[in-house]
Write a protein that binds this ligand. Structure first.
Ligand code: NAP
Length: 286
């Protein structure tokens, strides 16, 4: 048996169609949706990611401002930039790109992004709202996992779902989203004893640990679905996930590829959310 590959591209395409509908409505109302990306690094992979955001925005007729403050930017410059964007009514989405320069506290800065413009779900207020069941943008990667599972009609209600990784970027917000969908969630981490004992029981396993080859066939139950969020570079310079795909494929019924899986969906989601934020604020009070 070989697992079905749950490709991200069809999921991203479906999201882009929704974005296009929102953009048409906004343009009809004379509004240009606008997203700002704040960058303060010369990290190569960040540069690549930011260019892909700008390209997708251009294709979607969304205005994208990339504010590159340089790798030497300090907290005061970043604070000023974020405050200006937060106050600018023309800006509907704000993304603070990591990594940030050494000594700059990202946790302080993300608090400056108003939740309604927090399209990447970075502000802890957004997470708090999510956990409280209030409307909020969940961390985009966490939401991307749900979009993939929904697109391929993987059931969640009543299912046991194991998530490996408890970061604020993936694991914790994803656990909240899964709870909202009535899954029974087990959140695993580096101190979890006997990882396989938890993951083998799950019908869906999401791995987001940043450890190549962490998830192998002995960790997954027969016929389960594996979502691989991990992005690692192997010895040959190739991008690989956290699952040992060859090993897992013999047991799981479906698996997201890396590259081409969850990561493909995240940027499309950022665009959709920018339009949703713009639509929310375009409503004229009666
Ligand atoms: P992170 O902040 O480093 O968190 C990693 C999590 O994995 C931690 O909770 C850690 O446990 C857990 N972990 C590490 N080793 C483990 C092990 N051997 N067994 C069980 N749990 C283990 O990483 P992150 O930002 O969440 O990112 C995770 C991965 O997703 C990375 O590869 C990253 O590149 C990728 N990612 C992809 C996208 C995308 O769009 N595709 C977006 C974001 C992140 P502790 O809490 O105990 O340390």
């Amino acid at each position: 048996m070989s697992a079905q590959l749950l490709q991200g591209l069809p999921v991203a395409r479906a999201l882009r169609e929704r974005t296009a509908q929102n953009v048409a409505q906004l343009h009809g109302d004379g509004i240009v949706p606008r997203v700002a990306v704040v960058v303060a690094t010369d990290n190569e992979s960040t540069g690549w990611y930011v260019r892909s955001i700008a390209q997708q925005a251009a294709k979607a007729s969304i205005h994208c401002d990339v504010l590159d403050l340089g790798a030497q930017a300090d907290a005061a410059e970043l604070t000023a930039a974020l405050r200006a964007l937060a106050a600018d009514d023309q800006v509907h989405g704000i993304i603070l790109q990591t990594p940030l320069p050494a000594g700059v506290d990202a946790a302080q800065l993300v608090r400056l992004i108003p939740p309604e413009k927090d399209v990447d779900g970075a502000n802890p207020l957004s997470f708090g709202r999510l956990a409280a069941g209030m409307p909020a943008f969940a961390a985009a990667t966490a939401q991307a996992v749900i979009e993939v599972l929904d697109h391929y009609r993987i059931p969640l209600a009543g299912e046991d779902v194991a998530v490996i990784g408890r970061s604020m970027v993936v694991g914790k917000p994803l656990a909240q989203l899964l709870l909202q969908r009535d899954a029974t969630v087990t959140l695993c981490h580096s101190r979890t004893s006997d990882l396989a004992n938890h993951t083998r029981r799950a019908s869906v396993v999401v791995v987001a640990a940043g450890r190549a080859g962490l998830l192998r066939s002995e960790h997954v139950g027969l016929g389960s679905v594996v979502v691989d969020v991990g992005t690692n570079v192997d010895d040959q310079g190739n991008l690989v996930g956290d699952a040992d795909a060859a090993s897992v494929q013999s047991i799981a019924r479906a698996l997201t590829p890396v590259p081409g899986g969850v990561g493909t969906v995240t940027t499309a989601l950022l665009m959709l959310r920018t339009t949703q934020s713009a639509l929310e604020r375009s409503v004229v009070p009666a």
